[in-house]
Design a protein around this ligand. Structure first.
Ligand code: HEM
Length: 422
């Protein structure tokens, strides 16, 4: 019997891990799908996703659902931050124009191409030192030994932490993501709020010190970002922006690196092609972002009754813009389920969003992927899975796409000390 849309649930971890058969059915039969399990509308077609992202007046980012899956007990978290730290205020990704424009103008100054270019030698050095750490053993657990520390060290240092504090940074990042992603008990929620408080107080000290003593790092750029006629960012706003930079810029890159390597392992012909022609590296990273999009979807709220692909979405309904599905829409990408590093329009993917909230950190993310994969392929040969992946290979998540683990073995291509990409 042929599969039907109703046979799948986006709450099922195995569907989240491999959503492609479900996305194909959505595209064919139900481009706007009301999930019976949640009452949320899922938008899957490329043109519809793009149109929604470009119409913030109708599809608001102010999504009320504060606290995500922990909405009913979120007040506990809020009270702890309000009493002893800085309660969350809505900035940037949680705002709509015109309010959004203020934050975006300031953030675009922080993440410009000059800053990313200046970081390249540092990204290379971090990448190579991580590879140095495991290359002699001929084996590594790629997620925890490379994909996680690489962006972690880079952001942590930009926040004024030491490189050795990447564990602290990871603990902070997990705590700020958890309330929106994982159902927590009251005591777990108190614990993550306490960890967030610790981060807020560290950042507050950093903001004050960089205000008087600027350095060439992200935190100084943020404190000193100004736009004509605008008030400087308040401590509440700075805290919230930093929260978004950490939650948006860490797990996403971990996921892109891990899924990218796994794609190459699943498609040895493509890995061989990339090794033979390293100029394809940029297109490979775009195709990997298209194929296994780290952010599969995010939430919007309809501000009025609106028709999308023949379905009326009522005012105040919650919808998920499904970037991952749009990136497998056959009307945009020919044979979308084929992983092809030479795909002509791979870069047209919506993995970084589009329109108003187009990813602020995309230049940094792309550079981390380029530098990371260039060095990995130059220094490691014959890369293969050293242990079968868990089933399913991804952690459960309605919106993100994090891999659980990826244990690989390899041979050494570079001679010790030859540093091919340094
Ligand atoms: C491969 C890595 C990344 C992916 C796939 C990704 C994906 C996305 C997506 C889909 C959006 C759109 C949100 C929306 O439509 O509401 C977004 C926005 C954003 N991203 Fe990224 N991102 C990545 C890396 C980064 C990095 C490295 C940073 C910063 C260090 C970052 C910071 C942000 C911020 C602050 C926003 C909100 C922008 C706004 O609302 O104007 N992201 N990202």
């Amino acid at each position: 019997m042929n599969a039907r849309v109703e046979d799948f649930s986006l709450l099922d971890p195995s569907v989240q891990s491999n959503p492609r058969p479900f996305y194909a059915l959505l595209h064919e039969e139900r481009p706007v799908y009301l999930m019976p399990e949640t009452g949320i509308y899922v938008i899957s077609r490329y043109d519809d996703v793009r149109a929604v992202l470009r119409d913030p007046e109708t599809f608001s980012n102010d999504t009320i659902a504060a606290g995500g899956v922990n909405g009913s007990i979120y007040h506990i978290h809020h009270r702890i931050l309000k009493e002893r730290g800085w309660a969350h205020v809505q900035t940037l990704q949680r705002t709509d124009p015109p309010q959004h424009g203020r934050y975006r103008r300031l953030l675009d100054q922080v993440f410009n191409i000059q800053r990313v270019n200046a970081l390249i030698p540092h990204i290379e050095a971090v990448t190579n030192s991580l590879i140095d750490g495991f290359i002699d053993s001929g084996e590594c657990e790629f997620v925890s030994e490379f994909a996680l520390p690489m962006p972690g060290i880079i952001i942590a240092e930009q926040l004024g932490l030491n490189r050795d504090d990447v564990g602290t940074f990871k603990r902070w990042a997990d705590s700020i993501l958890a309330p929106a992603m994982v159902p927590l008990t009251e005591s777990e929620l108190v614990e993550v709020a306490e960890t967030e408080l610790e981060m807020q107080h560290f950042l507050a000290t950093m903001f004050e010190s960089r205000r008087t003593d600027p350095r060439p790092d992200m935190i100084s750029a943020l404190v000193h970002a100004t736009s004509e006629g605008e008030e400087p960012l308040s401590m509440h706003e700075l805290q919230n922006l930093m929260h978004q930079l950490i939650s948006g810029g860490y797990d996403t890159v971990i996921s892109a690196l891990s899924n990218g390597l796994w794609l190459l392992l699943r498609h040895p012909d493509q890995m061989a092609k990339l090794r033979a022609n390293p100029d394809l590296i940029r297109n490979f990273t775009e195709e990997a972002l298209r194929y296994e999009s780290p952010v599969q979807g995010l939430v919007r709220r309809a501000t009025r009754d609106v028709m999308v692909s023949g379905t009326v979405i009522p005012k105040d309904a919650t919808l998920i813009v499904r970037y991952g599905a749009a990136n497998h829409d056959p009307s945009k990408f020919e044979c979308p389920h084929v992983f092809d590093i030479e795909r002509k329009n791979a870069a047209a993917h919506l993995a970084f969003g589009n329109g108003t909230h187009f990813c602020v950190g995309r230049l940094l993310a792309k550079q981390e992927l380029l530098t990371g994969f260039t060095a990995l392929l130059a220094r490691l040969g014959d890369i293969e899975l050293a242990r079968p992946l868990p089933e399913p290979p991804h952690h459960p998540s309605l919106l993100l796409h994090p891999m659980k683990e990826l244990r690989v073995r390899f041979t050494r291509r570079d001679e010790p000390g030859s540093n091919p990409v340094r």
